[in-house]
Design a protein around this ligand. Structure first.
Ligand code: UDP
Length: 482
């Protein structure tokens, strides 16, 4: 229940619906708006997508009324209340399954209890991982081998063992959860997630085969059945679908496109840190100084929910940069912007959706990981794909974040926009863009991945049919076009 998880869920529903499979999205009342407009539009195009709402017990779990999304949780210590409230949706979800009788349940990794729900109805559960194979393999290796115990300080690097590439991290770049032997609510939750995905039918990734050597590593070394069926964002073909993902844009799309149309090819940097990350006022000040010092044109998305305090803008910044820069306060039409040829680089926190959207648009990245699995995503971009540069983020931290200096920001931006090295980044990034496009086209790896998945589901359905399930309404999965 966060934009970074709901946006790909919607894309996934559109994708399977485009193959003739009916998709029903289950969400809570507050989050309906993330899906409803796009569902309406796609229904008009003939795709069978529905939406069903179930209640979320925020107040009963000590959360403010309407706190139905991660970015609305007012403080870190209420995070566990939020997780508990999600688990309490089990009963209502099962009532809904009873009523709708779907052929399979696809649910986010953070709903481990849905494996049991699916089992009660003898239907398969597919786990959706909105992250890279790479980060899961790296995380698992760290948990098993604990290489961070062999270094003498937090800043000394260690190699993540047994990966196809030599990936180095420091203790400061790992979540405290991944280093501690203590059992916490969160570590128990993640254990449940891992156990439930072993018991689930298949794992689906928002990734594609050509992007990561780690698809095979994950399947062989971790012994799980997984399908890469993406990049999901590429299922959005028309301007409205690209522009309105998650929230309504805070800028008129035409105005934004007109501004970009007036710029030279690959000249503008796009700066956006997703839906949750937040910075201290002094870090935002430093970022503004870094962007200005880079001398490049820019679009900068400033979240209004927590950052609309103008005090941190350097004096005269907006006046000085009004020709060069466009500040979007609130929510940007990110995929639409990234697809514009004037955009030459993406300064990102390496949330997996943003990372993939940048890769699919063929744009070099400046990486500024903050938390979650973002430090792994940074390594994938900068050291495996070699389509971007890091600006030296060393500290895994939950928001508000700080610690990066203006000089590092300006230097990293210039490296991916200006000069020969930038040209190399651009060429490599374009190759990955082409691979992404081919992966989702008919006959491509992700296209076939989805075909195989649908085929396997149809086999599951026929071998697991019980007399009771034989009477289900609607076509069985064996009748699906694959
Ligand atoms: N996003 C957007 N406009 C914004 C900010 C974010 O469309 O102004 C979308 C972005 O395209 C991506 C998602 O929100 O699909 C953010 O997911 P990500 O995994 O990158 O980061 P998170 O928000 O989960 O940290």
């Amino acid at each position: 229940m966060a934009h970074g998880h709901m946006i790909p869920t919607l894309d996934m529903a559109k994708l399977v619906a485009s193959r003739g499979v009916k998709a029903t999205i289950v969400t809570t009342p507050l989050n309906k708006s993330v899906f409803s407009k796009s569902i309406q539009r796609n229904k008009h195009l003939g795709l069978e997508i529905d939406i069903r709402l179930i209640t979320f017990q925020a107040v009963e779990n000590g959360l403010p009324e309407g706190c139905e999304r991660l970015d609305l949780v007012p403080s870190q210590d209420l995070f566990f209340n939020f997780l508990k409230a999600t688990a309490m949706m089990q009963e209502t979800l099962e009532q809904l399954i009873e009523e709708c009788r779907p052929n399979c349940l696809v649910s986010d990794m953070l709903f481990p209890w849905t494996t049991d729900s699916a089992a009660k109805f003898n239907i398969p559960r597919l786990v959706f991982y909105g992250t890279s194979y790479f980060s899961l393999c790296g995380g698992q290796s760290n948990r098993l081998n604990k290489p961070f115990k062999n270094v003498s300080s937090d800043s000394e690097t260690f190699v993540v063992p047994n990966l196809p590439h030599q990936i180095k991290l420091t203790r400061t770049q790992l979540s405290p959860l991944d280093q501690s032997d203590e059992e916490s609510v969160m570590s128990m939750m993640m254990k449940l997630v891992r156990e439930s995905d072993l018991k689930s039918y298949r794992v689906i990734f928002n990734s594609f085969y050509e992007l990561e050597d780690y698809v095979e590593h994950y399947t062989k070394v971790l012994g799980r059945n997984a399908w890469a069926i993406c990049p999901l964002s590429l299922c959005n073909m028309d301007i409205e679908d690209k522009a309105e993902r998650g929230k309504q844009s805070s800028i008129d799309n035409h105005e934004c496109m007109k501004w970009l149309d007036s710029k030279k090819s690959s000249s503008v940097i796009y700066v956006c840190f997703g839906s949750i990350a937040n910075f201290t006022a002094s870090q935002l000040h430093e970022l503004a100084m870094g962007i200005e010092a880079s001398g490049q044109e820019f679009i900068w998305v400033v979240r209004t929910d927590q950052q609309d305090n103008k005090d941190w803008f350097p004096e005269g910044f907006e006046e000085r940069t009004k020709e060069k820069g466009l500040i979007i306060r609130g929510w940007a039409p990110q995929v639409l912007i990234l697809d514009h040829e004037a955009v030459g680089a993406f300064v990102t926190h390496c949330g997996w959706n943003s990372t993939l959207e940048g890769i699919s648009a063929g744009i070099p990245m400046v990486t500024w990981p903050l938390s979650a699995e973002q430090f792994f995503n940074e390594k994938l971009v900068t050291e495996v794909l070699k389509t971007g540069v890091g600006l030296g983020s060393m500290l895994w931290q939950t928001t508000p974040c700080e610690g990066v200096k203006r000089e590092a920001i300006a230097k990293a931006i210039k490296r991916v926009i200006v000069g020969e090295e930038a040209e190399e980044f651009r060429n490599r990034a374009k190759e990955y863009k082409e691979m992404a496009r081919q992966a989702v086209e008919e006959g491509g790896s992700s296209y076939c991945g989805l075909s195989n998945l649908l085929h396997d589901l149809s086999t599951y359905s026929s071998t697991c049919m019980t007399p009771e399930n034989d009477q289900l309404d609607g076509p069985g999965l064996t009748q699906l076009p694959v």
